[in-house]
Design a protein around this ligand. Structure first.
Ligand SMILES: *Cc1c(COP(=O)(O)O)cnc(C)c1O
Length: 831
């Protein structure tokens, strides 16, 4: 160990890409399957100023890093887990630990959302449930929180005991136990026993009494470790929470709890209650009841729990359930692919189609870290245990391992136990398969389309789909992270970051982005209206939220949801102070907006004296910050105006501060300001469009976050004289092919993009629109290019970009992003 003292550690990192600056940071160099953290130590030292490292190997180049402190340990992952375990035991709050085969992430997200009606709730982001993700989640726990909710996932025997030591749940939830024989476990029971290790030191376990193996294991746990059992039942089994679903079981799903009406009643502590479910399929019912029982046990009143449950949105899942040509289940899961998600998707397929033949269309699994033979042996086992009838493998790696899927012959029994009925086909790539694919032949079985991103298997599911309106906005969270880190890197130490999530987060979905940003520890969120803030609180967001345009009738609701108003006029300030006083508030945080030249909203110089008097007389409020907004931060030719605004702001803010017995935060800069006026960061900056990939510096490469995608719904060949669309405005001059795309002005595809003004990308080629844009569709001219129904269409993304769209529409990227209609599904991925 050498180096210089550097103050206390405030942050821990294991992924070098997420590190922007090293002060207060401790880097754990973890050797992984693809990256070894030790490879990045010298770079982090030189370019990010990281000075403290936990390592398990000593490299020659480390000797040159003179100011670095190294802690050498036998295993850096162990060390991280030990640190997290130590951090965990400093808190004596209730902590929920969730495991099971399916539904962990949803139950975690839902429970956190429901609990935050009453408690400050911390939970792990996305599906951070691994040996690495769990300790990183736990390290985010701080004294502010009153309850923690975490999920644990395992793939090997022995892993759960380590996660149990880190999470130390006081309340456990076992969601269910899925299909047997995978992931190095010899039986379903063995796997169940391993999972139950999470609960060995818990006080209470929540489970479903209708699952026999779970019930049995729960009783063993109670006997061995004295854990108190709490269960729910839908089938009249003895239970603490007896639930009845209203309405009939759906005949389409015999034996499944798919109900036709989302109402239910339950008995809790001798009284009857009723509520509604966020969905009616079996997994949703199960996830809801786990959430309900756990939240009741954690002290939520039944009325509150029921009210919050009814508000839950099914999380935008990667698993999309669509309908095939004949109405059979078609499951699209083409955003990522690993063994665990394959298992989840196969379980889902089996539940959706218990008695129909099953087809699995599967691409190569990339970056699994396993040797290819071992990987596909495990895939073959999953295929066998889920009784798949027909496997279509796409990609060179899976094709090379075709032998592993071969049915057994009399002389050579199959190593993997695939059923004799399994029929298999392999194709080197998606294009080859699309050429020969027969959607009608596949319409007699339930189909799971499951693939890694680069294979773009959604083209396959589009063609298999019966009803066609699938335009989606893909939101790339990795790109969000990249852009966030770029702007963070521009901040001086200690400067706080507020991120604007107004207008549905610039069109990209506020609740999802807020959860992601909360995980990345931003300091503040800004929204335009009270409703937007309420929605974020309901989604479990705990970060302080600034509301820019609070309407007078929303003040009480602001206070009820811990939302902090912008006071932009004396009238607003007086009214809000009065409402806060009536609500019994002391020092409720508010933000003073100054008008320094934008002339939109804000107090002016003349208002300051009265404001000072009001603040002196109003103990019900406290100025958390004073701020202003720049009108031309992105325009170098107008910098004198910006500097004048900044000067005016200083004068006005100083005079308010002088009359206050405390010091509020000051902030001015928006995205362009952060890039262009680093010396005016004050205490905080406000990041907006920059997060979505728009930079004011021409040299800076940010990543596009949103890709608006559709596909070709129909193809037609037209002759000279033919016309296209309403008003016959698209006139065909020479023989050509046109494609119809299911996106129109009601989706936000502006009508001004018609008649060739806009272009879309199909098979690598930009194709102009032809004729007017319709409400739900538009037509494009593809000329002589070969094209198929189902081909993917990019409306904007890499190409064309939102900047191209903005230019065609004579507007700015802000308007392009915020115009995408809510009826377009948002899909989030991190690949
Ligand atoms: C929208 C907004 C921002 C963010 O502006 P961008 O240009 O998107 O970075 C910052 N502050 C206020 C007050 C805003 O209304």
């Amino acid at each position: 160990m050498h180096g210089i003292p550097e103050g206390s550690v405030r942050e821990v990192a294991t992924d070098s890409r997420t590190v922007q600056q090293g002060r207060g940071l401790l880097f754990f160099a973890i050797p992984g399957a693809r990256h070894n953290g030790h490879d990045y130590v010298a770079e982090l030292y030189r370019t990010r100023g990281v000075r403290r490292f936990v390592i398990s190997e000593i490299r020659p180049e480390f000797h040159d890093l003179e100011q670095a402190t190294f802690i050498l340990v036998p295993s850096t992952l162990d060390a991280l887990q030990h640190l997290a375990a130590y951090h965990r035991q400093r808190f004596s709050i209730p902590v929920v630990g969730i495991t099971g085969s399916n539904g962990k992430t949803i139950v975690k997200e839902w429970l956190a959302a429901v609990l935050s009606a009453k408690y400050h709730t911390h939970h792990s982001p996305a599906s951070f449930n691994s040996q690495l993700g769990v300790p990183l989640s736990i390290l985010g726990l701080s004294p502010h929180y009153e309850v923690g909710v975490y999920e644990a996932g395992i793939s090997q025997p022995g892993e759960m005991a380590r996660l149990a030591a880190v999470i130390r749940p006081t309340l456990g939830i076992i969601t269910n136990l899925g299909a047997a024989h995978q992931e190095g476990f010899s039986s379903l029971r063995q796997k169940g026993e391993e999972k139950f290790q999470l609960f060995a030191h818990a006080k209470t376990l929540v489970y479903c009494a209708d699952q026999p193996l779970v019930h049995e294991l729960a009783h063993e746990l109670a006997q061995k470790h004295g854990v108190e059992l709490k269960c729910w039942s839908l089938k009249g089994n003895p239970a603490d929470l007896a639930v009845e679903l209203q309405g009939d079981l759906n005949p389409e799903f015999p034996g499944q709890t798919r109900v036709s009406s989302p109402q239910f009643t339950f008995q809790w502590k001798g009284t009857n209650h009723s509520g509604s479910l966020p969905g009616t399929d079996a997994p949703t019912v199960e996830n809801t009841l786990h959430t309900l029982l756990a939240s009741l046990l954690l002290g939520l009143e039944p009325e509150v729990a029921v009210r919050e449950l009814a508000r839950l949105q099914p999380i935008p899942m990667r698993l999309e359930r669509l309908q095939g040509l004949e109405g059979q289940p078609l499951i699209n899961d083409t955003y990522n692919c690993d063994l665990e998600s394959l298992q989840i998707a196969l379980d889902f397929l089996c539940r959706q189609a218990p008695s129909t033949p099953k087809t699995l269309i599967l691409s190569d699994i990339l970056q699994s870290g396993l040797p290819s033979t071992e990987l596909y042996t495990r895939v073959a086992e999953l295929v066998a245990t889920h009784r798949v009838d027909h496997l279509i493998g796409i990609g060179e790696a899976i094709s090379a391992n075709a032998g592993l899927f071969a049915p057994p012959t009399r002389n050579a029994p199959s190593r993997t136990g695939c059923t004799p009925e399994l029929s298999v086909q392999f194709y080197p790539d998606t294009e080859t398969f699309l050429k020969v694919m027969d959607p009608v032949a596949l319409s007699h079985s339930a189909v799971l389309v499951k693939g890694s991103r680069p294979f773009r298997l959604e083209r396959v599911s589009h063609r298999l789909e019966g009803r066609i309106h699938r335009t989606v906005l893909e939101v790339n969270l990795k790109a969000v992270e990249h852009n966030l880190n770029y702007f963070r890197g521009l901040l001086k130490p200690g400067v706080k970051l507020l991120v604007l999530l107004k207008a549905f987060a610039y069109g990209n979905g506020s609740a999802e982005l807020a959860a992601f940003l909360q995980y990345h520890r931003i300091d503040y969120i800004g929204v335009a209206f009270a409703d937007e803030g309420v929605e974020l609180r309901r989604a479990g967001v705990q970060v302080p939220i600034l509301v820019l345009n609070p309407a007078p009738d929303s003040y009480a609701s602001l206070i009820a949801h811990r939302l902090e108003p912008e006071l932009f006029s004396l009238a607003v300030a007086y009214d809000f102070a009065r409402v806060a006083h009536e609500a019994g508030c002391k020092g409720y945080p508010v933000h003073i907006k100054l008008d320094t030249g934008m002339h939109r909203v804000g107090l002016q110089l003349d208002d300051i004296r009265l404001l000072q008097a009001l603040l002196a007389d109003s103990p019900s409020i406290r100025v958390a910050s004073i701020f202003t907004h720049l009108a031309v931060a992105d325009d170098p030719s107008q910098d004198p105006f910006t500097l004048a605004q900044l000067g005016e702001f200083k004068t006005m803010a100083d005079s308010i501060c002088q009359s206050l017995p405390y010091r509020p935060m000051l902030h001015v800069l928006n995205s362009a300001g952060i890039e262009r006026f680093p010396e005016y960061q004050f205490d905080m900056v406000r990041l907006g469009i920059g997060l979505h990939g728009v930079s004011a510096n021409p040299g800076v490469q940010l990543q596009p976050v949103a890709t608006l995608k559709s596909f070709v719904a129909q193809v037609k060949t037209l002759q000279p004289g033919d016309t296209v669309g309403y008003g016959r405005r698209g006139v065909v001059a020479e023989p050509t092919t046109i494609a119809t795309i299911p996106i129109g002005y009601a989706d936000g595809y502006n009508r001004h993009l018609g008649n060739g003004q806009g272009k879309v990308l199909i098979n690598g080629q930009l194709c102009p629109t032809i004729g007017s844009i319709c409400m739900d569709t538009c037509m494009v001219n593809v000329g002589k290019m070969g094209i198929n129904v189902g081909d993917s269409v990019t409306i904007f993304g890499e190409k064309p970009t939102i900047f191209d769209m903005a230019e065609w529409l004579n507007t700015i990227p802000y308007e392009v992003l915020t115009s995408i209609s809510p009826r377009v599904n948002r899909i989030y991925f991190t690949d």
